[in-house]
Design a protein around this ligand. Structure first.
Ligand code: SF4
Length: 305
């Protein structure tokens, strides 16, 4: 079972986070700059539902009146411009066009702008101020279609982005890996069990115990149920203490197997900044690739063709 990604993952992104000046006030930010050369591991699909609604730039800011984006689709809330103009049908149409575009291109990942009445997905707090009434109109469609959703602000944090990227790689791999036999299932589990244990130890141990009993029959339905549960698990962010703990654990494993020290790797309790932790994680990824030893925290790497 190959554990590398050969195809670039296609990622949808709010166009204003891709550097396009498409916000109502003609602003836009290039969040991809934070990723440096890492940008080239993905194919980017910027979309702007409000532009596709024909609202133009600049435009009046819009707001949802009487609920959130889900309520809009259920006909219980309306979308209005500052002057009171009702743009509900146009914004819904723009969101549908963007969704069709992403789906027809095979995109199932989206980086969203927090707080937007269109692209927002979860409640976020910026500068101690809660913003928006998530999900937005397009955000509601993204949730309904089961997209892997990443808040754009997390691209600024090297550790958070590392966490999103390694889970996304595992997610993309798991989505397409063949599960046609018990052996396939055991191989798959062996590959991603460490990352699953880090994300939810209790759930992962239950799955591990159940598979270890070996008293179950293979069926395609069983395989798909297991795949879907693990895909849900991989959507959940980790935390800094867990990431540091697993980094140290894998380093000890590496040291024992290879007999080599890596000076940069620090104990979980040692203080250092986020940039240092991100560089330790990347060093361990590289060392694992060089020696063929698995780095269970980031088991799937993009290698290209
Ligand atoms: S609709 Fe989405 S992409 Fe367009 S400006 Fe608003 S947040 Fe950005």
């Amino acid at each position: 079972m190959e554990t590398v990604l050969r195809e670039k993952i296609k990622v949808g992104i709010s166009a204003c986070m891709y550097g396009c000046e498409v916000r109502y006030n003609k602003k836009g930010w290039s969040m991809l700059e934070y990723l440096g050369r890492g940008q080239s591991e993905f194919i980017w699909h910027p979309v702007c539902p409000e532009c596709m609604a024909g609202l133009g730039v600049p435009r009046e800011p819009i707001r949802i009146s009487g609920g959130n984006g889900i309520d809009v689709w259920e006909g219980k809330a309306r979308i209005k411009g500052r002057s009171g103009e009702d743009v509900t049908e146009r914004v819904k149409h723009g969101a549908q066009v963007c969704m069709e575009m992403l789906k027809s291109a095979g995109v199932y990942v989206y980086i969203f702008m927090e707080g937007s009445p269109s692209c927002g997905v979860y409640r976020t707090t910026l500068k101690n101020k809660r913003i928006g009434k998530p999900p937005g109109v397009f955000g509601a469609l993204l949730l309904k279609e089961g997209f892997f959703l990443i808040p754009a602000a997390d691209l600024q944090s090297p550790v958070r982005w590392w966490d999103w990227k390694r889970r996304l790689n595992a997610f993309a791999w798991l989505r397409s890996v063949e599960l046609r036999s018990k052996t396939d299932i055991y191989d798959m589990w062996h590959t991603i069990k460490f990352i699953c244990q880090e994300l939810d130890n209790e759930e992962a141990r239950e799955i591990g115990k159940m598979l270890a009993k070996n008293d179950w029959e293979f069926s395609p339905d069983y395989a798909e149920d297991l795949r879907n549960s693990l895909l849900m698990l991989l959507r959940r962010p980790s935390s800094l203490p867990k990431i540091k703990h697993m980094l140290w654990k894998h380093y000890i494993f590496y040291k024992k197997k290879s007999g080599m020290d890596v000076d940069e790797i620090m104990r979980p309790e040692e203080l250092r900044n986020m940039t240092h932790i991100a560089s330790e994680l990347m060093i361990m990824e590289r060392k694992a690739a060089e020696t063929g030893l698995m780095f269970g925290s980031a088991p799937i790497q993009y290698k290209g063709r």
